[in-house]
Design a protein around this ligand. Structure first.
Ligand SMILES: *Cc1c(COP(=O)(O)O)cnc(C)c1O
Length: 490
């Protein structure tokens, strides 16, 4: 609760003094009290503006303001009760009065509402049950029935033949590259506009990443830039070993064009579908077009096992090999015999139980995230400077994070200004991923842009923002985000 010493006024105060107090206090209301010190009404700068428009001068007093009993909280009200009042009356401040109706404090919504985060885990009904089963049967050790079932259920869900459950999405990308024989000094083509985990495994293998720009139509890998890169590699007489295509923020890349190029040049595709679980391209799930697809169940993703990943492929032998490599590459003999480098990358049976429960609510989670997106989109429909991440016809995005760019030709507001304004209200928003070709880690890496004149993902990085998009977000929380952004943009 905030102190009200600075914002108490009487009818003897002038309009000018009122405006000064509003300025100094940093709060957006004053509390007007009578001679007996009881609360008579609140005064906003809107109230003062209306007095000025009605012909009053800055030197005139607040005398003419009528008493108008505001919504107040009682001194012993809990935060939850106050928040309830705020929601009921659609207000963001509630003064508190004592037994004599004298102001005793002021609640501000952003100080008492829990922080609104970009993306949070959202459990369903069944996760506990599967985990409980693991306890009851003492399948706490890695591997066990939940792991096998999760692999099968996920493969069925996305329409892939085989799946290997791993301890992270990054591990899944690493194994995919290893299984494609990516080795020292090999070239791997990779989306530049992504999270670093898409590209790190290229370095684990000692290979050399070559980054590819985004296409304005999808914000994902530009087929034109990909083709340019492949032509250039062929000209130099060295064929890349793999193409890592990312489906960012739940939106599919243009898989028809990318698969055609992959086939024409004979370079296999690894789909990084870490953010696009539940999304599809022309009716087919992302992650099932390439030689390999990978998913992540990290805590921020649309469904989560608190940490985990999945490698999928229609090639059963390669998936079997992935299971072998992910459990220390132990040769099939009774003693401990090893002929190649392995990893400790397998998912545990307990976490697979959470994954099985989460898979049951995936479709619901996708609908909830899309609903959050539609609400934002409708709320900003009149804002010409807002360009949403596109969803081309025939695609179905999971809208993992609602993202838009601020057209610099139509506004001077930058993502940073919005992020800071939201942070003031205890709301988390983030810039989009910083492209890999701009990262110190990949300094000197080759890069192919969509367009000779400009790099599209550089533009996205300068202009774009991700909004809170959790499937568990309440309508009131969405409204807090919307009101704040409209305030700044208007
Ligand atoms: C989260 C993420 C990953 C990595 O997944 P982890 O399970 O966290 O290792 C890879 N690529 C992208 C695009 C991601 O967002």
């Amino acid at each position: 609760m905030n102190s009200v010493d600075q914002i108490i006024v009487t009818r003897k105060h002038s309009l000018k003094e009122g405006l000064e107090l509003l300025n100094q206090s940093g709060m957006s209301i004053l509390l007007l009290v009578g001679a007996d010190k009881t609360l008579q009404r609140t005064v906003t700068d809107g109230d003062i503006r209306r007095l000025l428009l009605a012909g009053k001068g800055l030197g005139d007093t607040l005398e003419s303001l009528e008493a108008r009993v505001p919504v107040v909280g009682l001194i012993d009200a809990s935060n939850a009760e106050i928040l309830d009042l705020m929601d009921r009356y659609e207000i963001n401040q509630v003064p508190v009065v004592d037994a004599n109706n004298r102001p005793a404090g002021l609640y501000l919504r952003h100080k008492i509402q829990p922080r609104i985060l970009l993306s949070v885990p959202h459990m369903g009904e069944y996760e506990r049950q599967f985990v409980e089963e693991a306890f009851q049967t003492n399948w706490i050790a890695p591997l066990g029935p939940n792991v096998d079932a999760f692999e099968k259920e996920l493969a069925d869900y996305v329409g892939s033949q085989h799946a290997a459950a791993l301890n992270s999405g990054t591990a899944a990308i690493h194994l995919a590259l290893r299984l494609l024989d990516v080795a020292q000094n090999d070239w791997v083509l990779c989306s530049s506009f992504t999270f670093v985990a898409s590209a790190n495994p290229i370095l684990y293998q000692g290979a050399v990443p070559i980054f590819i720009d985004s296409d304005p139509a999808t914000w994902n890998m530009s087929p034109a830039a990909l083709e340019k890169a492949l032509q250039e590699c062929c000209r130099r007489g060295k064929k890349p070993k793999a193409i890592v295509v990312v489906h960012l923020y739940g939106q599919s890349a243009n898989m028809e064009a990318i698969m055609a190029i992959s086939e024409a040049y004979g370079v296999p595709v690894v789909e990084d579908a870490a953010e696009s679980m539940g999304a599809s391209y022309r009716g087919q799930h992302t992650g099932t077009f390439g030689k390999f697809g990978i998913f992540s169940f990290n805590g921020n993703k649309i469904i989560t096992t608190s940490g985990g990943g999945m490698l999928v492929s229609d090639d059963g032998e390669l998936i079997e090999k992935a299971r072998f490599l992910s459990t220390q590459a132990k040769d099939p003999v009774a003693h401990y015999e090893h002929s190649e480098v392995g990893y400790n990358y397998r998912m545990s049976n307990v976490l697979a139980g959470i994954g099985r429960g989460q898979l049951k609510v995936l479709a619901e989670r996708v609908q909830s995230r899309r609903k959050v997106f539609f609400r934002y989109r409708d709320a900003f429909a009149d804002m010409e400077c807002v360009d949403w991440m596109p969803e081309p016809e025939g695609d179905f995005s999971n809208r993992w994070l609602s993202s838009f760019s601020l057209n610099p030709r139509k506004t001077e507001i930058t993502p940073r200004v919005l992020i800071e304004a939201l942070a003031e209200l205890n709301i988390e928003a983030r810039p989009v991923w910083k492209p890999m070709h701009l990262q110190p880690l990949f300094k000197g890496a080759r890069y192919f842009s969509h367009d000779e004149e400009q790099s599209y993902c550089d533009y996205l990085f300068r202009t774009s923002i991700c909004l809170p998009s959790a499937s568990s977000m309440s309508v009131a929380q969405q409204d807090s985000v919307i009101d704040c952004i409209l305030d700044v943009l208007k």
